[in-house]
Design a protein around this ligand. Structure first.
Ligand code: PYC
Length: 337
């Protein structure tokens, strides 16, 4: 990997500044300085450049020994669209995400932190972060509002249900049903799994979700235009119906499950509720995660029949640090899976 050499006094060490946070338990690592320069063009083209030319930066940041299965990285870029604050590309230990809801809340809280430190932000050229701004992602632009209590509301990309109640045959001849929906990533949303959505049941939920994902692949069940469905979302009763409407378990691409209620998964859920006439525009949906964290969500109808989800969550900072990449380290670019 080619790191600029003027980055540090020690020729073998490259520095990258990252701000870590978690949103409802799910970590986000925002690269604020020292990341790769992906050049210009659409965010989709920049994501493709990241994948084809700079993928070792992803693995250096998100894979062990610096990262882990759960961490979602966020690389900030100059904006694609005039008026947007900046661009962001989300990634994890196995690849790239279209959008990431918990990650966007993490980015908002990290930018607010930098602004509170009085650090002039290279993205918007001022040391004051506006309370409303727009982030460009490879799948669309996402308006963000930060609130005085530290929470943030994102308006996710237009979301929709693609297929309803698709039957999937698992490898043990059990069959389950689920909706296929887009919320910035592709989801299979399943209710008839017969499992308790409970943190004490993680290994069963994990194992089951992996079998569903495998079966979707084996039976060529996809999102629109053959897109791979890489997120599996299981729903069940909330821990306390006075506080939540539903509880979910989300298997992310790779081996990790989402500790947060998953912003893109909650958007996909809203799209299905809207399509079934079970939630009116503007009504609040309180999505609980398997570890008990919460997103509040609602939607507006878009002109083309899709929905515009709004998701509110809270992120907490966990580190402001420098990653060091030692060119002598055999695992400098992470342990690749
Ligand atoms: O919050 O959208 C989300 C998300 C996707 C993967 C992990 N979190």
């Amino acid at each position: 990997m080619h790191y600029p050499s003027e980055n540090t006094q020690q020729a073998n060490l490259y520095r990258m500044r990252v701000i870590d946070s978690h949103t409802g338990g799910e970590p986000t690592r925002v690269v604020v300085a020292g990341g790769p320069d992906l050049g210009s063009g659409s965010m989709l083209a920049r994501k493709q450049r990241f994948e084809t030319q700079y993928d070792r930066w992803r693995t250096a940041i998100a894979c062990e020994p610096r990262g882990n299965d759960v961490v979602v990285g966020a690389l900030l870029t100059p904006p694609e669209n005039e008026g947007s604050l900046c661009g962001v590309i989300f990634f994890n230990n196995v690849g790239y995400l279209g959008m990431c809801g918990h990650g966007t809340v993490g980015v908002a809280v990290s930018l607010a932190y930098l602004s509170a430190l009085g650090e002039r932000c290279w993205m918007h050229g001022s040391d004051h972060l506006p309370s409303h701004f727009v982030l460009d992602t490879p799948v669309g632009s996402v308006p963000v509002d930060t609130h005085p209590d530290g929470s943030a509301t994102i308006q996710n990309v237009p979301s929709y249900r693609f297929r309803r109640s698709v039957e999937v045959q698992l490898n043990n001849s059990q069959s389950v049903h689920g909706d296929v929906a887009w919320g910035g990533n592709w989801f299979f949303l399943c209710e008839d799994h017969g499992l308790a959505i409970d943190v004490a049941n993680i290994s069963q939920l994990h194992d089951f979700s992996k079998r569903v994902r495998h079966a979707l692949l084996a039976h060529s069940i996809t999102g629109e235009q053959g897109a791979q469905i890489d997120h599996i979302e299981l729903f069940g009763a909330p821990s306390d119906p006075r506080k939540f409407d539903s509880r979910n378990f989300v298997l992310c691409p790779g081996e990790a499950y989402d500790r947060s209620p998953c912003g893109t998964g909650t958007s996909a859920k809203l799209a299905c509720l809207a399509a079934d006439g079970k939630l009116a525009p503007g009504s609040i949906w309180r999505q609980e995660s398997v570890v008990g964290s919460k997103f509040e969500a609602s939607y507006a109808l878009a002109a083309d029949g899709k929905i515009l989800p709004r998701i509110t969550g809270t992120a907490y900072l966990t580190a402001d640090s420098q990653l060091l990449i030692d060119s002598n380290d055999p695992f400098a670019h992470g342990i690749r899976e």
